[in-house]
Design a protein around this ligand. Structure first.
Ligand code: SF4
Ligand code: SF4
Length: 417
């Protein structure tokens, strides 16, 4: 019964106008942060104007979301949990409005104190307050399989031990946090040098393949049951010149700067690593997207992004809506209600970056729409690419087997090793 209604929903989605897809809003509630990540423009040392959205502005945005079919809301930062009581109140407010998909995450600073893992006397009440919140998905960032590297980059000593200690407490109470990896050159410790400096393409590919493998192994060993991978965002990968993105989580540090050639190899390494780990940890990242990204003709395979059509970003500096965190020159005003009414028949068109929050669902929906609308072309093997289609079907099957990555559900036995 559940399956049938899910299929009916998917079919209806395939024929809906893109602007009527379930919406998503990413709200940057603050750009304050206590991390020192070199790959981020909001690190604590950065000289930027620090702001936070007034609670009333966030509440108004949440109300607009609830009234306009925006089912998914993510709170991001900075460090969104820098003021824990406040974010918990906002989450409760969103629950009262019945917004079903609430997500947020942390750099994990709260799991350590004085350079060491926090004690259970501190962890248990903290975890219980998060479990009581309506968060469906809660992510904790980790940049490297090497503890020392991660903690040095983040400027958060003791945090990895603290997270490992907190995970069983979360699981025992029914919340399954995901580890969030932002792809970077320090994934296994020592930075992986640019292509050419440390060998040719096979060596570069192999270093990343081993790096991803080490990372997933570490995540499983720590006790994580879910992982999400964020594609690298830098001035170079975004193709930004003097334009300022709205969202400050990018930098020109070499750690996250990749040439297009390097990126293709990085995506290929990830594509080849994930299948071996899908049974031991739930991995959001769709193989069909990685396949497209790893191809020279990636732009022919990718479907345009839904940013600015039904996915939006609210910036903490002005409380205004932008098509995403990167199109900072396209201020869409202060109210999501008007946008959802006005966007009418607007079709997706932007292919400028790889922001996975918007790209992965845009791509998965894009293929679905294509398959349902052009069955003959698919049958005769025209487009999309057959291998991508095969991987996409596997992704959908995997997503269903993983309960659509519901962070309130434990991993299924059959997905365990
Ligand atoms: S990546 Fe996150 S934790 Fe690190 S400086 Fe940026 S906002 Fe802070
Ligand atoms: S492709 Fe990138 S820049 Fe374009 S709308 Fe999507 S997230 Fe924004």
């Amino acid at each position: 019964m559940i399956r049938r209604s899910l299929l009916a929903d998917l079919f209806a989605l395939a024929f809906a106008r893109p602007s009527r897809f379930p919406g998503q809003l990413v709200i940057q509630i603050t750009n304050h942060c206590n991390g020192s990540c070199p790959q981020c423009g909001m690190r604590r040392e950065a000289e930027i104007g620090r702001v936070k959205l007034p609670a009333e502005t966030v509440k108004k945005a949440l109300k607009d979301c609830a009234e306009n079919g925006v089912d998914a809301v993510s709170f991001t930062g900075g460090e969104p949990f820098i003021n824990i009581p406040e974010i918990l109140k906002l989450l409760d407010y969103a629950r009262d409005l019945k917004i079903p998909y609430l997500r947020s995450g942390t750099n994990g600073y709260m799991f350590a104190t004085g350079g060491e893992a926090a004690g259970l006397d501190r962890l248990i009440p903290l975890v219980e307050s998060l479990v009581k919140s309506p968060l469906r998905n809660f992510w904790i960032s980790m940049d490297s399989a090497d503890t020392e590297t991660h903690e040095r980059l983040r400027g958060l000593p003791g945090v990895i031990d603290g997270i490992s200690k907190a995970l069983p407490v979360f699981h025992a109470r029914g919340l399954y946090p995901a580890v969030n990896l932002g792809i970077n050159r320090c994934i296994a410790g020592e930075p992986i040098p640019p292509l050419g400096e440390g060998g040719g393409e096979p060596a570069f590919f192999e270093k990343f393949r081993q790096g991803f493998s080490a990372f997933f192994t570490k995540a499983v060993d720590m006790g994580f049951t879910m992982v999400n991978v964020c594609y690298p965002m830098s001035f170079e990968t975004l193709g930004l010149g003097s334009e300022e993105p709205a969202y400050g989580a990018i930098s020109d540090d070499m750690m996250v700067n990749f040439s297009r050639r390097e990126l293709r190899l990085v995506f290929k390494a990830l594509l080849q690593t994930i299948p071996a780990f899908r049974k031991s940890i739930r991995i959001f990242t769709p193989l069909s997207v990685l396949y497209a990204l790893s191809r020279e003709n990636s732009r022919d395979l990718l479907f345009p992004c839904l940013g600015g059509i039904c996915y939006f970003y609210m910036d903490s500096r002005d409380g205004h809506i932008y098509p995403c965190g990167y199109r900072g020159d396209e201020d869409m005003g202060a109210s999501i209600a008007e946008l959802r009414t006005l966007s009418g028949d607007q079709q997706p068109f932007c292919e400028r970056c790889f922001w996975e929050c918007f790209m992965d669902p845009s791509q998965l929906f894009g293929i679905l729409r294509y398959v349902v609308r052009h069955p003959c072309q698919v049958w005769f093997g025209k487009i999309p690419d057959r291998q991508m289609l095969r991987l996409w079907l596997g992704d959908i099957k995997y997503y269903l087997a993983c309960d659509l990555f519901d962070g309130r559900k434990p991993p299924k036995r059959r997905w365990k090793n």
